[in-house]
Design a protein around this ligand. Structure first.
Ligand code: ADP
Ligand code: MG
Length: 254
């Protein structure tokens, strides 16, 4: 569905993505693993054209989206994707229902009288009751906020959902519930999922394929089984969560 070829992205002299090559398969869950600051969010932002790649290609059903200039086609392309922001990013000045309807208003021409039914349907899909629509985001727990964010993404019926660290900041049980929800969306809706995480438990549970991003390149791509068995020392260290190994973490900014 999505083919990423020789993707480069630099911020000034800071070369974040150096040569990323990755295929995202339709209807599957592909997880992107990598340390903080390795460029995971940058990669999915390039996929949605929230950021422009420096060079390389991103083919969506054979069309290179990095070169698209036409605003109409660019909008259509973005509608293809639902992006679950790392921060959850609900609007605290709006009710939950208004949050869920946000994309409908700006990205689709759905008539307003249809919003309540869609809000109810999408909240139900993520396991929330209809009355939650009248609450304010500030009244919700972290896990519920993630669910509402997902309901907002689902409202526009995306073909591909990009989840940016969906379990970060949640307790282990809630993380597992969110992992189950990602799998449920895949099964029920047949969506293609790209999940950024450094939660290994979640990665092993949900992934069809895992891609390990290191030093601006995909160092290893394979099934969870292949990741469990790998003897690549960099991947091993990450998977095992060890301070000992070839990956040197910078503890202080230089
Ligand atoms: N808009 C930006 N301008 C300048 N530098 C950025 C910008 N976005 C990200 N970066 C830098 O790119 C690197 C990768 O960031 P990011 O993709 O957010 O990493 P990750 O999601 O893997 O933690 C970081 O060093 C970050 O500071
Ligand atoms: Mg990030």
């Amino acid at each position: 569905m999505i083919e990423i070829k020789h993707l480069k992205k630099s911020f000034g002299a800071h070369h974040v993505l150096k040569d990323v090559n990755l295929n995202i398969e339709e209807g599957k869950v592909t997880t992107i693993l990598g340390g903080s600051g390795s460029g995971k969010s940058t990669l999915i932002k390039c996929m949605m054209r929230l950021q422009n790649a420096t060079s390389g290609e991103i083919l969506l059903n054979g069309r290179d989206i990095t070169k698209e200039q036409n605003p109409m086609r660019l909008a259509a392309l973005r509608r293809h994707f639902g992006y679950l922001f790392q921060e959850g990013a609900l609007f605290d000045s709006m009710t939950v229902g208004e949050n869920v309807a946000f994309g409908l208003k700006y990205l689709t021409d759905t008539p307003q009288e249809k919003y309540p039914a869609i809000i109810k349907e999408k909240l139900a899909m993520v396991g929330l009751k209809a009355h939650v629509a009248d609450l304010n985001p500030s009244e919700l727990s972290g896990g519920m906020r993630k669910r509402v964010s997902l309901a907002r993404v689902l409202a526009i019926n995306p073909k591909c959902i990009l989840y940016d660290e969906p379990t970060t900041g949640l307790d282990p049980i809630m993380s597992d519930i969110i992992s189950d929800l990602i799998l449920e969306m895949k099964k029920k809706l047949g969506v293609t999922s790209v999940v950024i995480t450094h939660d290994m438990h979640s990665a092993f549970k949900i992934s069809d394929y895992i891609a390990f991003l290191y030093e601006g390149k995909i160092m290893l791509y394979g099934t969870p089984e292949e990741f469990r068995k790998t003897d690549n020392p960099y991947v091993r260290q990450f998977v095992d969560g060890s301070s000992q190994g070839p990956i040197q973490m910078k503890l202080m900014k230089d």
